[in-house]
Design a protein around this ligand. Structure first.
Ligand code: 5AD
Ligand code: SF4
Length: 466
C-alpha cells in the first residue's frame, strides 16, 4: 500500500539533493512524496544550521506537526512517523529528543541511507531513534539509483564535508570531513540523469573544487578532470559546480573554463570579507589581493564569466575600516549576484566565543550598505543583456499563466510567454527587460542555439536541437 511522505527542506542545495535521495531510499518501502504534511504517514524536516534561529524554526514547526500527528492517530488510528534530519539534527540531536519526545527519528546528513532500518526500529521502539554518527562507510555506496527524475536540470553531489574550519562555520562539524565520491560513481549517476532527460547538471559539494575522487587505477581525479569526462556525455549540455573555495581554484580548473564549452560561464566563489585582517581571523588562509588575482586569471580564461559570492558582515572585531575594505573588494570585482549575511555566532565554533562581537545595529547598517552595492551591480549586470539574444534552458512554469521560466548560461532567471512544450529545451530568447533578480524576454523564432551560442537559422544549423 502506498504511504504518504512529506519532506520539508531548509538551507542549501545539498539539502535539496539529500531530500530527493531520502525519498529514493524510502520508495521501496512504499512511500510516495506528497506536498502536504496533513495526513502524511511520514514527515521529515531536513534542517539547516548555518545561521541563526535554525533550531527555533525547527521546534516551532515540530509543535505544529505534533497536532497533525495526534490528529492522524485519532482520526485514522494511524501513526505519523516524525523525523528530523540534516544539520540541526546532527548538531542538536540530543536536545531535539529531550525537548520534543514525540519525534520518532533524528538523523544526521551521513546516515540517511539507513532510513528503512530506522523506520523499522521506530515502529518497534517506544522512544526516539537517534542516529547522528559519522559512519566509516560512505552513504553514497549504499544509496539506490535515483528515481523519479523530473525536468531538465539536476543536482549531483560529488563532494561533501569540509576540512577548512573557517572560524564562523558549522559545516565541518555537521557535515563532517571532506569526502569525494569515486569518479566512476559520479559519471554513472550523470549518465543516468542524462538518459532520464537531464541536460544541465550542477555538481554539488561544500568545497566542490577540492574534489579529488578515486579512479580505478589508484589515482585521484581533480574536479577539472571530472568536468572534461562529463563533457563527453552526449546530451549533457550544461555543467556547473558549486560551492568553491578560492584556495582550491586550481589552474587546471581555470583552464577548463576556457576549454569546455559545456562548462557554464558562472562561478560562485565566496570570499566572505575584503579585509586581510578579518580574512586571517576567519582562517580563510588567503588575502583579498590573492582573490583579486584569481578573479583576473579566471576572467582571462573566460572573459564573460559571471561571478557570485558570499559575504559576512559584522564578524567579531570587524571595524569600519575592515568593512570599507569589503565594499572596495566588491567594487573591484563586480559581481553578477551575491549572497550576504550578518555574522551569526554558531554554538561550538571558535568565533562564537570571541569577545569582540559587533553590535546588532552596526551589523544591520553594514548589511544594508553592502546589499545596496551588490543589488546595483546585479541590476547593471542584468541590464547589459537587454537587446541581446541568449540561450535559455526552460525548466519550470512561470509565476503567471502562460509563462515559462528558465536559466541563461550566466544563471540568470529568464521568463517568457511561451507554451509549456518548450520545457526541457534550450531556446534562443531576446531579452526585452531586466529586473534585479530576473530577465524578461521573447522566444526568437529565427534563431537556433548550439552549445552556449545563438545563431541565425540556416540550412546548416537546421538540425540542431532547439
Ligand atoms: N554567520 C553568517 N553567515 C554564515 N555563513 C556561514 N556561517 C555563517 C555564520 N556563522 C555564510 C557564509 C557561507 C554561506 C553558506 O553562509 O557566507 O559561505
Ligand atoms: Fe564553512 Fe569555510 Fe568549509 Fe565553506 S570552507 S564550508 S565556509 S568551513
Amino acid at each position: 500500500m502506498s504511504k504518504k511522505l512529506f519532506i520539508k527542506t531548509w538551507g542549501c542545495q545539498m539539502n535539496v539533493y539529500d531530500s530527493a535521495r531520502m525519498a529514493d531510499v524510502l520508495a521501496p518501502l512504499g512511500y510516495r512524496p506528497v506536498d502536504d504534511a496533513d495526513g502524511a504517514d511520514m514527515v521529515i524536516l531536513n534542517t539547516c544550521h548555518i545561521r541563526e534561529k535554525a533550531a527555533e524554526k525547527v521546534f516551532s514547526e515540530l509543535g505544529r506537526l505534533r497536532t497533525l500527528k495526534d490528529r492522524k492517530a485519532v482520526v485514522e488510528g494511524q501513526r505519523m512517523i516524525l523525523a528530523v534530519a540534516g544539520c540541526v539534527a546532527q548538531a542538536e540531536g540530543e536536545e531535539i529528543v529531550a525537548r520534543a519526545p514525540y519525534v520518532d527519528i533524528v538523523f544526521g546528513p551521513q546516515t540517511y541511507h539507513t532510513l528503512p532500518e530506522m523506520v523499522a526500529r521506530a515502529h518497534r521502539a517506544a522512544g526516539a531513534v537517534l542516529n547522528t554518527e559519522f559512519p566509516a562507510e560512505s552513504k553514497f555506496d549504499h544509496l539506490p539509483d535515483e528515481a523519479g527524475i523530473e525536468g531538465a536540470t539536476a543536482f549531483l553531489a560529488v563532494q561533501e564535508g569540509c576540512d577548512k574550519f573557517c572560524t564562523f562555520c558549522v559545516v565541518p562539524y555537521t557535515r563532517g570531513a571532506e569526502y569525494s565520491r569515486p569518479a566512476a560513481q559520479v559519471l554513472a549517476e550523470a549518465r543516468r540523469l542524462v538518459a532520464a532527460g537531464v541536460r544541465d547538471i550542477n555538481l554539488l559539494g561544500q568545497n566542490v573544487n577540492a574534489y579529488h575522487g578515486a579512479d580505478a587505477d589508484g589515482g585521484t581525479w581533480s574536479l577539472a578532470r571530472l568536468i572534461y569526462a562529463l563533457a563527453e556525455i552526449d546530451g549533457l549540455e550544461r555543467i556547473r559546480y558549486t560551492t568553491s573555495h578560492p584556495r582550491d581554484m586550481g589552474d587546471d580548473l581555470i583552464a577548463a573554463h576556457a576549454a569546455v564549452p559545456q562548462l557554464m560561464p558562472y562561478l560562485h566563489l565566496p570570499i566572505q570579507a575584503g579585509s586581510d585582517r578579518i580574512l586571517a581571523a576567519m582562517n580563510r588562509r588567503h588575502t583579498a589581493d590573492d582573490y583579486r588575482r584569481l578573479v583576473d586569471k579566471l576572467r582571462t580564461a573566460k572573459p564573460d564569466l559571471a561571478l557570485s559570492g558570499d559575504f559576512i558582515v559584522g564578524y567579531p572585531g570587524e571595524s569600519d575600516a575592515d568593512f570599507a575594505a569589503t565594499l572596495r573588494l566588491v567594487q573591484d570585482v563586480g559581481y553578477a549576484q551575491a549572497y550576504s549575511f550578518k555574522y551569526s555566532p554558531r554554538p561550538g565554533t571558535p568565533a562564537a566565543v570571541d569577545d569582540t562581537q559587533v553590535p546588532e545595529d552596526v551589523k544591520s547598517a553594514r548589511l544594508s550598505a553592502l546589499q545596496q552595492l551588490l543589488d546595483a551591480q546585479q541590476a547593471a549586470f542584468n541590464q547589459g543583456f537587454v537587446g541581446r539574444t541568449v540561450p535559455v534552458l526552460f525548466d519550470r512554469a512561470g509565476k503567471r499563466t502562460g509563462q515559462i521560466q528558465g536559466r541563461s548560461p550566466w544563471m540568470q532567471s529568464v521568463y517568457v510567454q511561451a507554451p509549456e512544450r518548450l520545457l526541457g529545451a534550450i531556446v534562443p530568447v531576446r531579452i526585452d527587460s531586466a529586473h534585479t533578480n530576473s530577465l524578461a524576454g521573447t522566444v526568437e523564432t529565427g534563431m537556433v542555439t548550439t552549445g552556449t551560442g545563438v545563431h541565425p537559422l540556416s540550412p546548416a544549423t537546421m538540425e540542431t536541437r532547439a
